[in-house]
Design a protein around this ligand. Structure first.
Ligand SMILES: Nc1nc2c(c(=O)[nH]1)N[C@H]1C(S)=C(S)[C@@H](COP(=O)(O)OP(=O)(O)OC[C@H]3O[C@@H](n4cnc5c(=O)[nH]c(N)nc54)[C@H](O)[C@@H]3O)O[C@H]1N2
Ligand SMILES: Nc1nc2c(c(=O)[nH]1)N[C@H]1C(S)=C(S)[C@@H](COP(=O)(O)OP(=O)(O)OC[C@H]3O[C@@H](n4cnc5c(=O)[nH]c(N)nc54)[C@H](O)[C@@H]3O)O[C@H]1N2
Ligand code: SF4
Ligand SMILES: [Mo]
Length: 742
């Protein structure tokens, strides 16, 4: 008899609830969970293909260990012996920085990735930490750090209540949303327009999202910071600013007015290729809207002015009185967040506390730019990376200059990948530790509940038990923490026990904690859950803002209460809470932080820079997910292909034919791709998706290697970064395109 089981979808940031059909140990179907408190049955083609993605026969079933130069099947004990033997002597001889760590995107989509990497980093004490953040949203963290004192204080647009959404460089109809967790983003945008609201989209491509908008500005790539600065200038010039409830909580208002003076609409219009009166009208509309929210994503982040652009997004929200008010942009409060405490000045946010060894790039929130990983490995000398730990990441395709990184990985003394696939990156590992597929894992969204447009909490246990001989990813990472920290062989449960003891030990001494003054042993004894990760979740929920405080608020959240609500618990709409959020030294919003002010002259120089003839931007397809879902037959093919979108005018000028081939060249290299002529890109702009290039030997990707595509990141040499955040420029860089024979 088939049964059903619930599983939150881990395949994108929308976190939809799925109802799986399970026959024996096999998942045979997936549909949207109509009772899910947040997603209400919504599902996209990726979620519908959960079964195929989960059961991909190319997923690894057990660890691989390199012997005689070849990766061979091995047992878990042997694999962890190899990890300890590979890492410890290197650390003892060369110091902690000899080990580099790369954390990839799926870490924000797993329980293991939420709970263990911080412990691993503490055990290793390396400064060579790289993550997907520096090819994604680091500019947002830096901007939030500078404005609010906390790089994780990210305001999300109040999608369900806003009157005007200004969306820049985001395409949620294909991505399903990012840094704005909202299952059924398309439906929520339809509802916005149905209630009389306005959707304005700024994108050099006429995306599916742009087609659904009231107004679409086909901006020249890389110039959003100028556009936004002009909007701010108009607000000041026409006396349209209104801080609303933030009045008295903001520093630097007058200084900001001076800083944007030269960015009038007439001054930026040519560079942005947006008419000055359109900019003026947009500024007035934003100011006049009963509520409005400005929101930017990849196209506003992975650009040369990424931090300034993200800063201006929130500056606009602040100056129109929309930050921290319903219908504007608000700070979510997740169930596992630290319980709020009274407003008080904090320590602020400091950038550039250290620099990378080779090209002296500054750190941001403890990370170095992923774009400099290759040079940190292949440039010899003291402090070079000799061993690498790669968890849920495929930087050979995701990061700039994959060929150089590919070679660098091949030169390492030791490398471990925690990854379900033998792919372009993990093929270099000495040990590959494969996690089980999602149907065998419990799910909780530690990351995305803090970015959700509604406060809510859901937990799903593993729909299907693990097979003999497999380990949950939580245990893989716990054993990794022990092996890396010199405690190889200890019981992995001790990792969770140590965390519980430490957290509760601190909580009882914290006067703001609900458990202040209590006995930590007694509290630990009250924790429920089947394993260490569940007990840690119970602890976080009970200490959190909605928690039972270990009995202090008997109606509050516990793991048991959450398990009794399998479709989740709605915790209400987002609420104003800036007082709890601010951690700047002044205790106020710091509107014009010094590092930003120092970057504005660079923006001013962009006012009269001659536009480049041809620039490249990325794109995402609804049935894709970065570099690792091209191996699922149901998700590839059709329009999900690695083609170069070229405007008809450019195609004629360059002698390119639809279906023909082109050679694309830039500073990092050249690639050959198939051409698709389309007027959905503006003239002067070509577009390629990322995550392709599955033609390297030694991988086990039977489907993806059939139609490998080309790696767009080969066009980059790793030197093009947003200077403040170290984020790679992946959108709006110059390319040369010529016809090729194919
Ligand atoms: N040119 C260009 N480059 C880009 C982007 C772009 O828009 N344009 N986008 C950037 C962005 S936003 C991001 S986030 C990065 C993503 O880049 P990465 O962080 O490298 O992530 P993915 O490419 O998604 O690769 C994820 C890896 O995790 C593995 N994996 C899948 N599920 C699990 C799991 O449950 N556990 C573990 N341990 N591993 C798992 C997959 O097999 C794969 O190897 O790419 C960036 N690169
Ligand atoms: N289907 C699918 N969904 C995904 C992913 C996926 O690979 N596939 N990846 C997930 C991840 S890791 C992330 S981070 C999110 C990303 O989510 P989004 O940011 O919504 O996705 P993108 O498709 O990268 O949208 C960026 C848009 O910016 C535009 N753009 C490029 N340059 C500029 C510019 O200079 N200015 C402006 N205004 N626009 C510009 C591009 O044309 C593109 O439409 O998606 C997530 N969801
Ligand atoms: S929108 Fe995202 S979370 Fe929802 S079903 Fe699709 S891939 Fe899964
Ligand atoms: Mo991302």
């Amino acid at each position: 008899m088939p049964r059903t089981a619930l599983r939150i979808c881990p395949l994108c940031e929308a976190t939809c609830g799925l109802t799986l059909t399970v026959e024996g140990a096999r998942v045979t179907g997936a549909r949207g969970d109509r009772e899910d408190v947040f997603s209400r049955g919504f599902i996209c083609p990726k979620g519908a293909a959960f079964t195929e993605a989960d059961a991909d026969p190319d997923r690894l079933r057990g660890p691989l260990v390199r012997k005689d130069g070849r990766l061979q099947e091995a047992g878990w004990d042997e694999a962890f012996d190899s990890v300890a033997a590979g890492l410890r002597p290197l650390i003892e001889r060369h110091g902690p920085d000899a080990v580099g760590v790369v954390l990839g995107n799926p870490n924000v989509h797993t329980v293991a990735g939420g709970l263990y990497p911080p412990l691993l980093l503490r055990a290793l004490r390396t400064r060579n930490l790289f993550t997907a953040t520096t090819v994604d949203q680091m500019p947002k963290h830096v901007s939030s750090g500078l404005l609010f004192g906390d790089p994780y204080a990210i305001a999300v647009p109040d999608l369900d209540r806003t009157g005007h959404l200004l969306l820049l460089g985001a395409n949620p109809l294909d991505s399903n949303g990012s840094l704005c967790t909202a299952p059924d983003f398309p439906g929520r945008l339809r509802a916005l327009r149905a209630r009389g609201g306005t959707l304005t989209v700024v994108d050099p491509r006429r995306t599916r999202t742009a087609k659904a908008a009231d107004r679409h500005l086909e901006i020249r790539p890389g110039t959003d910071a100028l556009l936004l600065a002009a909007l701010v200038q108009v607000l000041f010039d026409e006396k349209l600013t209104d801080l609303g409830a933030l009045e008295g909580q903001v520093e630097g208002f007058g200084e900001l007015r001076g800083a944007v003076r030269e960015f009038a609409p007439e001054a930026v219009a040519a560079a942005c290729d947006v008419p000055a009166d359109t900019i003026r009208t947009l500024a007035r509309d934003l100011a006049a809207a009963p509520t409005a929210a400005v929101y930017g994503r990849m196209g506003a982040s992975t650009v040369a002015f990424g931090t300034v652009t993200n800063w201006l997004v929130d500056v606009l929200n602040i100056l129109t009185g929309n930050l921290d008010r319903p219908g504007g942009a608000l700070f979510p409060l997740a169930a596992t967040a630290r319980a709020p405490r009274p407003a008080a000045p904090g320590k602020g946010f400091t950038l550039a506390r250290w620099h990378s060894r080779v090209s002296r790039r500054p750190e941001a929130k403890g990370e170095l730019p992923l774009a400099v990983l290759a040079e940190e490995i292949d440039t010899p000398g003291e402090g070079a990376i000799r061993a690498l730990i790669a968890i849920a990441t495929n930087p050979v395709l995701s990061a700039p200059d994959g060929d150089r990184l590919d070679k660098a990985l091949g030169s390492l003394d030791f490398m471990v990948s925690v990854d379900p696939y033998l792919n372009e990156t993990s093929r270099h590992a000495h040990v590959v530790l494969p996690p089980p597929p999602p149907s065998r894992s419990a799910h909780f969204d530690f990351a995305f509940n803090a970015l959700a447009v509604r406060n809510q909490v859901r937990y799903t246990r593993a729909p299907v038990p693990l097979e003999e001989g497999r380990l949950p990813e939580t245990e893989i990472l716990a054993r990794f923490v022990l092996a890396a920290g010199g405690m190889h062989g200890a019981d992995p449960a001790t990792v969770d026990t140590m965390v519980v003891d430490t957290v509760l030990g601190k909580a009882v001494t914290d006067p703001h904690s609900p458990v202040h003054g209590r006995d930590p042993k007694d509290l630990a004894g009250q924790l429920t859950g089947d394993d260490g990760p569940e007990r840690r979740l119970d602890m976080m929920l009970r200490l959190g803002p909605y928690g039972d405080g270990f009995g202090v608020r008997p109606e509050g959240l516990t793991l048991e209460r959450l398990l009794a609500h399998p479709h989740g618990i709605d915790l209400g709409p987002l609420r104003p809470r800036i007082g709890e959020v601010l951690k700047t030294r002044s205790g106020r919003v710091e509107l014009l932080p010094a590092p930003i002010a120092a970057d504005l002259p660079r923006l001013a120089r962009a006012l009269d820079a001659a536009p480049r003839e041809l620039v490249l931007v990325g794109r995402r397809h609804l049935r894709s997910n970065n570099s690792w879902m091209h191996n699922v037959p149901a998700l590839v093919g059709g329009s999900n292909r690695c083609t170069l979108h070229v405007h008809p005018g450019d195609a004629a000028r360059l002698g390119l034919a639809d279906g023909g081939h082109a050679r694309v060249a830039a500073d990092g290299g050249e690639i050959d791709v198939r051409v698709e002529v389309t007027d959905t890109v503006r003239p002067g702009v070509v577009s390629l998706p990322h995550g392709w290039g599955h033609d390297r030997p030694g991988t086990r990707l039977g489907v993806a290697s059939q139609e490998p595509g080309a790696n767009v990141n080969q066009l980059l040499d790793g030197t093009l970064l947003d200077p403040l955040s170290g984020n790679a420029v992946l959108n709006g860089f110059a390319v040369r395109v010529t016809a090729a024979s194919g």
